[in-house]
Design a protein around this ligand. Structure first.
Ligand SMILES: Cc1cc2nc3c(=O)[nH]c(=O)nc-3n(C[C@H](O)[C@H](O)[C@H](O)COP(=O)(O)OP(=O)(O)OC[C@H]3O[C@@H](n4cnc5c(N)ncnc54)[C@H](O)[C@@H]3O)c2cc1C
Length: 388
């Protein structure tokens, strides 16, 4: 819609095709129904891509302030929540209404729900077979998103079109997704579902050269679930996590737990479980002790320093290997997609196929949690909309 509105307001004739029955379902369900529509600090460092510089041009030419100006123009009340995240005060429907009005201002026409059939190159443009009649067009913009949340209409159409035109794809995988754990080492944590706390989490950065995994590091809330871990800390780190590798949690980032326990040994006559429960939820403290071979009722004063160092590591540097993730049915985004080397960073047009554009989540540019993915959708849509 952003791309369609910009192109149409430049005087281009635009038709928007979508197979969904309801418009912009992802905007509707986003941000708990209030749409975290941008992040005021959004910049290239907040995005994952095989080419982290690719997004720079589009993001700098259509900034969070530009989108905010549009929100203000439409008199939508908004507020900043956390770390630059901007939300509607009332409803994400207002963002949908705003984009629809911008499309109407340019007389964009709509076909929805509309099944798209074949797409062929024809002369200088494209021939599309679609429900409601074939279409001839000069430019074709693919904005079909990723694979996340198939039940509201996500498909692989964007990737199939890219392959049809011989464009490389970076293997898609779920991002911003809860991680799952099982096996004997996880048993002590299963009863902890519902516990939440602020942590630091990191992963990646191992390997050398091109194969080196991007390093992620976040300080956010962690949530224990029935199947593993979730909460913003885990959603963020999941996008950086590579299967088979650990994530490292610091459950008490303000404190060197081993040093603290050793310094308390001679003066505090408490059981270990009670000592840790001063700083951590009591059930988590007990779970951590059991999982690391400590009896929660053992007395701190009886512990050797080496054992307390081991316990400190288990709390400040807890390295665990997830079994997997909750997959596309729960993922907020899809990592990977159309390889940015195939596209112009100024216009989003495919270098090899004049007139064919890819924008938004179909492209191998994926934002952090916190309004970054919409900002990429707006910015890349704007870039293509000014070029078609
Ligand atoms: C639960 C949830 C909450 C989110 N919350 C936020 C948030 O608060 N802030 C944020 O920045 N990001 C959020 N995101 C991510 C954000 O929604 C997406 O990154 C963004 O919508 C991508 O925009 P897009 O236009 O590229 O694709 P989409 O918004 O996914 O739109 C793709 C469109 O293509 C259509 N389509 C797909 N396949 C076909 C086909 N075969 N034929 C015809 N049409 C097709 C779909 O019906 C859809 O309308 C959230 C995602 C989820 C799942």
């Amino acid at each position: 819609m952003m791309c369609a509105a910009v192109a149409a307001q430049r005087g281009r004739r635009v038709v928007l095709l979508d197979h969904a029955t309801r418009l912009a379902e992802k905007i509707r369900i986003s941000g708990g129904g209030r749409c975290n529509f941008t992040n005021i600090g959004a910049g290239p460092a907040n995005f994952l891509s095989q080419n982290p510089h690719f997004c720079r041009s589009a993001l700098s030419r259509y900034t969070p302030q530009d989108f905010l100006a549009l929100v203000k123009k439409h008199r939508i009340a908004w507020h900043e929540k956390h770390k630059g995240q901007l939300f509607c005060d009332d409803s994400s429907e207002q963002i949908i209404g705003m984009l629809r009005a911008e499309c109407a201002a340019g007389e964009v026409s709509w076909r929805m729900p509309c099944k798209v059939g074949s797409i062929e190159k024809s002369g200088t443009g494209f021939h599309i077979t679609a429900e409601g009649g074939d279409i001839e067009c000069d430019s074709l913009v693919i904005a079909t998103g990723g694979l996340s949340i198939p039940k509201i209409g996500a498909t692989d159409l964007g990737y199939r079109i890219a392959k049809q035109f011989d464009l490389q794809i970076v293997e898609p995988r779920p991002g911003l997704v809860p991680l799952t754990f099982d096996g004997p080492s996880w048993e002590a944590f299963v009863p902890l579902a519902g516990i939440a706390l602020e942590v630091e989490v990191s992963t990646g950065g191992s390997g050398k050269g091109k194969g080196k995994a991007q390093r992620g590091h976040f300080r956010e809330d962690l949530l224990f679930t029935h199947r593993g871990l979730s909460g913003p800390a885990i959603l963020q780190i999941s996008s950086y996590w590579q299967p088979g590798t650990p994530i490292v949690l610091d459950l008490l980032p303000e404190m060197d737990v081993a040093e603290e326990l050793i310094s308390m040994k001679t003066t505090v006559r408490k059981q270990l479980g009670n000592v840790l429960a001063q700083w951590l939820p009591a059930r988590l403290a007990d779970g951590l002790l059991v999982a690391n071979g400590f009896a929660p009722d053992a007395r701190l004063a009886d512990m050797a320093d080496a054992k307390l160092r081991k316990l400190g590591d288990a709390i400040n540097r807890w390295a665990i290997v997830p079994t997997g993730s909750e997959g596309y049915k729960k993922a907020e985004v899809t990592l990977g997609g159309v390889d940015t080397r195939e596209l112009s960073q100024q216009t989003m047009m495919a270098n090899k196929v004049p007139g064919l554009y890819f924008i938004g989540e179909t492209v191998d540019v994926t934002g952090w949690l916190g309004g970054y993915n919409f900002q990429w959708a707006w910015a890349s849509g704007h870039a293509a909309g000014t070029s078609v």
